[in-house]
Design a protein around this ligand. Structure first.
Ligand SMILES: Cc1ncc(COP(=O)(O)O)c(C=O)c1O
Length: 410
């Protein structure tokens, strides 16, 4: 979003006009920003045979998936439902990586039917997979590299206590299951966590995958997951992708030479591609002065953006309606019957009731983690693409809330 002559715009469109047209609360995404993030990643990994698989869970709207496909990006999905949405969005099943965790074997079988790449993350499922498919269906194996990394324990997935992946310490057991069932392992995968600042973590993870890869003869790709840190605050440090790229380039080349095959290197970015492209636009319903602070109560809350309450995540925000106003301190809270603070002690240009606040970094894990707590409607979603603001999801209504409730005689 840009500030021109005291007016915020996206691709030349006034954001306040978009709020007027579609109402608030509103999730607003900028397609140009998504495309520029894809290009930045490709640039950082120049010289490596990299394939990007967008982590659909971060923002699952089918139009965003279509945009990714148009840009030549594949898909990373974590449920059969996401896989089906991906296919509906036009992805070839072969371009979809399915990485479920703790799902039933029946769900894995459904994914095999769809033809997507199956990523298996526990030995029990691997055994069942081997009994049923032997070497007829290729698969990938998700390893747990035992690396503690990530911005918050809830989003750290590669450590010893994590439920994800098959421990690299279980390699002997894993190989026994693979060999006795003649399983066709074509890929190895790790995903250590989200919000990883330290480039070394990615390089260390890669070395662990290379070590494991020496045990498998028929690999076609190595998937290093994701976790690239994006800025949530002004001047926030971010993962040095050039360091990751240049560090990996030699390491991958050397390993491929030793392995005797040019393996594809996959990454599964979610946040990096969509976080900064999205804003949650909310209206200030009330200004409430207490002995302790000044609350700005908005027409949204943890039901629409759960990250601040769930991960103590910091989301920067600004007053769209009064960019020239005097700066004052506010605690911005939602309308949910629970303490749902979106931002404490924020310096914002003076807020008046009715002013629109833009909450940044709302593209990733914003709408996709929203819910109907307090029977509130989820917001509409709008994508600005080719200079036009397009509605890509309608705001919910009471019928949506009641749709699956069954009234019985009481
Ligand atoms: C398996 C897997 N891949 C990729 C991602 C995307 O991570 P990020 O949004 O940090 O890029 C996740 C997120 O949790 C994940 O679980």
């Amino acid at each position: 979003m840009e500030l021109q002559d005291n007016v915020y715009t996206i691709q030349g469109l006034k954001v306040l006009d978009i709020c007027e047209e579609f109402g608030t609360p509103l999730y607003l995404y900028d397609a140009d920003k998504i495309i520029s993030q894809i290009n930045k990643l490709h640039k950082a990994f120049e010289g490596i045979n990299v394939k990007l698989k967008y982590a659909a869970k971060s923002l699952t709207n089918i139009n965003i998936l279509k945009l990714m496909r148009k840009q030549g990006v594949g898909l990373d999905v974590v449920s059969i439902q996401e896989a089906r949405i991906g296919i509906k969005a036009g992805f070839e099943p072969k371009d979809i990586m399915y990485t479920p965790n703790c799902v039933s074997f029946e769900e894995i079988q459904m994914a095999v039917e769809l033809g997507v790449t199956i990523n298996i993350d526990n030995i029990s499922i691997l055994e069942q997979f081997g009994h049923v498919y032997h070497n007829t269906v290729p698969c990938c194996i998700r390893l747990n590299p035992h690396i503690m990394a990530g911005g918050n324990t809830k989003i750290s997935t590669g450590h010893i206590d994590s439920k994800f992946g098959i421990s690299v310490l279980q390699m002997r057991h894993l190989l026994r299951v693979v060999e006795t069932n003649n399983i066709n392992v074509v890929g190895l995968h790790i995903h250590t966590g989200s919000d990883i600042l330290d480039a070394e973590v990615f390089l260390r993870g890669a070395q662990i995958v290379f070590d494991a890869a020496r045990e498998f003869k028929d690999l076609q790709f190595l998937d290093f997951g994701s976790g690239f840190k994006v800025p949530y605050r002004q001047d926030d440090p971010t993962t040095d992708l050039n360091q990751v790229g240049s560090g990996l380039k030699d390491a991958v080349q050397n390993f491929c030479k030793e392995y005797g095959r040019d393996l594809e290197i996959w990454f599964e970015p979610g946040k990096y591609l969509v976080s900064e492209a999205g804003y949650l636009l909310v209206k200030t319903n009330v200004i409430k002065t207490t002995p302790a602070t000044v609350f700005a109560g908005v027409d949204s809350g943890m039901n629409h953006l759960i990250r601040p309450m769930m991960y103590e995540a910091y989301h920067d925000m600004f007053n769209l309606s009064n960019p020239g106003g005097t700066s004052r301190v506010y605690t911005v809270v939602g309308y949910i019957c629970e303490t749902d603070t979106l931002g404490s002690d924020r310096k914002l240009h003076e807020l008046r009731e009715g002013d629109i606040i833009a909450i940044k970094n709302a593209g990733a894990y914003g709408y996709s983690m929203s819910n109907n707590y307090n029977s509130r409607f989820r917001p509409a979603e709008v994508l600005v693409i080719n200079g036009e603001a397009k509605l890509i999801r309608k705001r919910e209504n009471l019928e949506d809330i009641l749709r699956n409730q069954v009234e019985i005689d009481i």
